[in-house]
Design a protein around this ligand. Structure first.
Ligand code: ADP
Ligand code: MG
Length: 271
C-alpha cells in the first residue's frame, strides 16, 4: 500500500484559545494518493474546522494542536509564507458556494490565470492557454466564451466546474472539497461528483470530499470517515460503512437516505 499523501495525527481545533471549546477532537486519518476519502457528518460536526486547519485558514482565535503531515512538512506548524506556497499549488480547494470564492467583479479569465501567473511565473498569454485547457478538461463547452464571462453570468453547476478547473490549473496533489455539491440541485450534484471521480481517474489526484450528505457521496468514495461532535465515530471502505455501519449515528445518517436504503434491498433479499 502506498505511503499516505497527507496524515492527520491527533488533530484538535479549539476556538477562543487553547482552553476553548473543541470543534475537532483527537482526529487522526490518512489520505492516500489517488484515493477519494469522504468525510461525512451532520452540520456542526467539525468538518469545515478540520478542512480550514489543513489549509491554515482558521480565524486567528482558533487554536490547533497535533500534526498535519503533507509532503515532508507539518502544515499545523508551518510558517505563513511556506503555507502560501502549498495552498492552491499543492492542495487545491473547492468550496460549497463558488459565488463566495469567485470574485464577482473579475472575469473568469482573470481568476483562472492569476494563480498561474503568481505561482508558476507564466505570462498572461501562457496562463490563458493553460486556463482554456483546464476549462475544457472539466467539460465546459465553449471555454473561450466562459473565459470572458463574469461569475453571475454562469449557472451554479458551471460556476462549480470553473472553480474545479481553477483548482486544477496548478496541478495540486490533493483536492480538498468542502460541501462541493451542497448548493446544487440533484442532477448537477451527480455530474460534479462524477467529474471529481473522472479527475481522480485521469490524474491520480487524491480527493478529500467533505459533506453532510452521506447519500450523495457514498458511492463515489473509496473510503468513508464519519465525524460526530468533532470526533471520528466510524471509518471504513464505503460498502462496509453503508451495509454494516458499526455506529448508531452512521446508521441514522444512512437511514435518512431513501436512495441508500433502496440500494441495500436487493442484496438483503438475496440473503
Ligand atoms: P461543519 O463544517 O461540520 O458544519 P464546523 O467546523 O463549521 O462544522 O463547526 C464545528 C463547531 O465549531 C460548531 O460547534 C461551530 O459552532 C464551531 N465553530 C465553527 N467556526 C467557529 C468560529 N469561527 N468561532 C467559534 N466557533 C466556531
Ligand atoms: Mg462545514
Amino acid at each position: 500500500m502506498s505511503d499516505p499523501l497527507i496524515s492527520l495525527r491527533d488533530l484538535w481545533v479549539r476556538y477562543g484559545g487553547p482552553q476553548g471549546p473543541a470543534a475537532v477532537e483527537a482526529v487522526s486519518f490518512d489520505v492516500r494518493p489517488g484515493e477519494i476519502l469522504a468525510l461525512v457528518g451532520e452540520s456542526g460536526s467539525g468538518k469545515s474546522s478540520l478542512s480550514l486547519a489543513i489549509m491554515a485558514l482558521l480565524p486567528g482565535q482558533a487554536h490547533v494542536s497535533g500534526q498535519i503531515l503533507f509532503e515532508g512538512a507539518d502544515l499545523a506548524a508551518l510558517d505563513h509564507r511556506r503555507m502560501e506556497d502549498i495552498r492552491g499549488a499543492r492542495i487545491g480547494m473547492i468550496f460549497q458556494e463558488p459565488m463566495t470564492c469567485l470574485n464577482p467583479v473579475l472575469s473568469i479569465a482573470r481568476q483562472m490565470t492569476e494563480g498561474l501567473i503568481r505561482h508558476r511565473g507564466l505570462t498572461r498569454a501562457e496562463a490563458r492557454v493553460r486556463a482554456l485547457a483546464a476549462l475544457a478538461d472539466v467539460g465546459i463547452p465553449e471555454p473561450a466564451r466562459v473565459m470572458g464571462s463574469y461569475p453571475h453570468e454562469l449557472s451554479g453547476g458551471m460556476r462549480q466546474r470553473v472553480m474545479i478547473a481553477a483548482a486544477l490549473t496548478l496541478d495540486p496533489a490533493l483536492l480538498l472539497a468542502d460541501e462541493p455539491t451542497t448548493a446544487l440541485d440533484v442532477t448537477v450534484q451527480a455530474q460534479v461528483l462524477e467529474l471529481l471521480v473522472d479527475i481522480r481517474n485521469r490524474t491520480g489526484k487524491a480527493v478529500l470530499l467533505i459533506t453532510h450528505d452521506i447519500g450523495a457521496v457514498a458511492e463515489v468514495a473509496d473510503r468513508v470517515i464519519v465525524m460526530k461532535g468533532g470526533r471520528i465515530v466510524e471509518e471504513g471502505p464505503w460498502e462496509q460503512v453503508i451495509r454494516a455501519p458499526r455506529d448508531p449515528y452512521t446508521a441514522a445518517l444512512i437511514g435518512a437516505h431513501a436512495a441508500l436504503e433502496a440500494a441495500l434491498v436487493p442484496e438483503e433479499s438475496h440473503g
